[in-house]
Write a protein that binds this ligand. Structure first.
Ligand code: ASP
Length: 461
């Protein structure tokens, strides 16, 4: 019997989690809080969160060795500084272009829909929802997110301090510090190409070996993805109340519309006209990574799967993808940049602040810069939003961000999928420009067959 492909398994798990989450939630609401059903439901949610956390940790576990080994091995394959420089320039150019276009889409949509206004006046209902969330949740919640991302929302430059970590071991042990790890790995890789090969060939072989091992472990973790996705989604659906979603419906609609325009119109156009590639094939190749990004709301945790999809399904060489993707997961966040811009302007509308062209321009630049420094972990962009709000002198920044945080999950999942898709587009376009056979012929769809993967690693030269 043919096995169900991994992306279908994940999709089924997602659907089941939403279905059961809604059923459990509705039943719990109709029973008294001390009934045995409510006790059972909260136990089930607890167990599910536990399994979800295990899955996230398993993904995060391989990030550091995977990033370090793939960047160093990749630079070796690029044949030194010259090849690396060309690839670096193309990649960074692509990232700047797509992030900026994402922000401009966000800017246009938020100015058109004006989700924070009703008949040109600040929306009082949303303002009340802001105040209510502040009472319940308190500003400390935002501090907690800021802390988790190792960013103090005080200064734009804080984001760039992470470029050179003073302690590389500490940076490696800290999820928010990937940028420093990437810079270190690039330096290491370039330095290695400068030394005589007889001195470093053993080291090179060892690093390539670590990379192969990480690829295989990723494949194993992949098999657990449907369970992990279910376990992550079920508690989210169970715990989400609808009221705030309805009150903030215009805001949700605006963000989701803008994200959809970027993901389904702008990026496909770029794929087609800049890369000469078929966008549909690319969506197909990336299904598993996109669903995982959506479920985990973390582009860093998704990185191992993004790399596998781009290499195995889209056919990009590891030489190209091992540089573009780790860098992209950290510095290129189209969905996040777009979201920051929409969120800041939305809060300004609710607070009755009229932003002139100049102020909106500053927000665009700030969204572009901060999206580079935002970590690829859940709700990370809220800190950047707080920073931009404060620097734009918009009152009630903390209160607003607490309210946004309380409804963040669905939007976070969506923008993370866009972030991951943006990175993968860079990898295929840059790969194609390097003369690689990208998105051609039958897709391998690696997840169907783990043995093929093991064979592949065994027999590669
Ligand atoms: N969760 C997003 C990511 O991991 C970051 C954010 O926008 O909060 O890509």
């Amino acid at each position: 019997m043919k096995k169900i492909a991994a992306h279908w398994q994940i999709l089924i798990a997602l659907g089941l989690a939403v279905f059961l989450g809604v059923i459990f939630r509705n039943f719990s609401a109709s029973y008294s809080p001390d009934s045995s059903f409510v006790a059972f439901a909260s136990k089930a949610v607890g167990v599910s969160s536990f399994i979800g956390d295990l899955f996230m940790s398993a993904l995060k576990m391989i990030i550091v060795p995977l990033i370090v080994s793939s960047i160093i091995a990749g630079i070796g394959a690029l044949g030194g500084v010259k090849g690396f420089g060309r690839l670096g320039l193309k990649t960074i150019g692509f990232y700047a272009l797509t992030s900026l276009s994402a922000i401009l889409v966000g800017l246009a949509v938020v100015n058109m829909f004006e989700p924070g206004l009703v008949n040109g006046q600040p929306n009082e209902e949303i303002r009340a929802a802001f105040d209510r969330s502040a009472d319940q949740a308190s500003v400390q919640q935002v501090a907690k997110v800021a802390n988790a991302n190792k960013v103090e929302a005080t200064d734009y430059w804080d984001f760039f301090k992470k470029l050179f970590p003073s302690n590389i071991i500490k940076a490696a042990s800290d999820n928010g510090q990937m940028l420093g790890l990437i810079v270190f790995s690039i330096l290491f890789g370039v330095a290695m190409t400068r030394l005589p090969s007889r001195d470093i060939s053993t080291l090179q072989g060892a690093i390539q070996g670590i990379n192969d091992v990480m690829i295989l472990i990723t494949q194993w973790i992949m098999m657990l993805a449907p369970i992990g996705v279910f376990a992550l989604m079920f508690p989210v659906v169970y715990e989400s109340g609808w009221r705030i979603f309805i009150e903030m419906g215009s805001y949700f609609g605006t963000v989701l519309t803008a994200l959809a325009i970027h993901m389904f119109i702008t990026l496909p156009l770029i794929l087609k006209f800049l890369g000469g590639l078929n966008p549909l094939s690319h969506f197909k190749a990336m299904q598993t990574a996109l669903l995982t990004a959506f479920s985990t709301a973390s582009s860093s945790a998704t990185l191992p799967l993004t790399m596998r999809c781009v290499q195995e399904n889209a056919g990009v060489s590891s030489r190209t993808s091992s540089f573009t993707l780790p860098l992209g997961a950290t510095v290129n966040m189209d969905g996040t940049a777009l979201y920051e811009c929409v969120a800041v302007i939305f809060v300004a509308q609710v607070m009755g602040v009229d932003l002139a062209f100049g102020a909106q321009f500053v927000i665009v630049v700030a969204a572009l810069l901060t999206s580079i420094g935002v970590a690829g972990v859940p709700s990370a962009s809220l800190v950047a939003i707080l920073l931009i709000l404060k620097n734009s002198n918009i009152d009630g920044a903390e209160t607003a961000v607490v309210a946004l945080l309380s409804v963040d999950r669905l939007l976070d999942m969506s923008r993370t999928a866009v972030n991951v898709f943006g990175d993968s587009c860079a990898a295929v376009v840059v790969g194609a420009s390097e003369g690689e056979k990208v998105l051609q012929g039958d897709l391998h769809l690696f997840e169907d067959d783990i043995e093929t993967e093991e064979e592949h690693l065994l027999h590669k030269d």
